[in-house]
Design a protein around this ligand. Structure first.
Ligand code: 4NP
Length: 153
């Protein structure tokens, strides 16, 4: 079983999209995908309306997701922890207990632009264009992640 966790700050905009997009590209029943936020502001809430909408436009339903906070146990539960930006990276790494935990954490856009350490911009305070842009970035990153997972059976 390959277990993948998508992480952002609020778990209502970017990581729910990343979760939904990756699930839509995975053909294996031996893969589990989830998402979480480093902040607790929106725990229990559905994804942002704008994320639900851009996902729906692209044939993906994320409306049943519920925001939760990232916890240290996630290092035990997941094999790969993809963070959306450098701030998420610092927040997650600060909870790591050892090198093995740290090695699980990767910036998601490094899948498309290796070693460039680029951010998926936080679209929360912007308009709909930001969400369209975020969707495109995550779609490309999830293509790369899915390629690896699907080729491992
Ligand atoms: P996300 O976006 O990290 O992509 O879910 C945000 C959503 C809410 C807040 C920040 C970022 N907030 O501060 O409430």
């Amino acid at each position: 079983m390959t277990k993948v966790l998508m992480v952002c700050l609020g778990n209502i905009c970017r990581s729910p999209l990343a979760e939904g997009i990756l699930k839509s590209k995975i053909f294996s029943f031996k893969t589990f995908v989830d998402s979480a936020g480093t902040g607790a502001y929106h725990v229990g809430e559905k994804p942002d309306k704008r994320s639900i909408s851009i996902a729906k436009t692209n044939g993906i339903d994320i409306s049943d997701q519920k925001a939760r906070k990232f916890t240290v146990e996630d290092f035990d539960l997941f094999d790969f922890i993809y963070v959306m930006d450098n701030s998420n990276y610092s927040n997650v790494i600060s909870l790591a207990r050892n090198e093995a935990d740290k090695l699980k954490v990767k910036l998601i856009l490094n899948e498309v632009f290796p070693n460039e350490n680029l951010d998926v911009p936080d679209p929360y305070y912007g308009g709909d264009f930001g969400f369209k842009n975020v969707f495109k970035m995550l779609d490309e990153a999830c293509d790369e992640i899915a390629k690896k997972i699907n080729s491992n059976g």
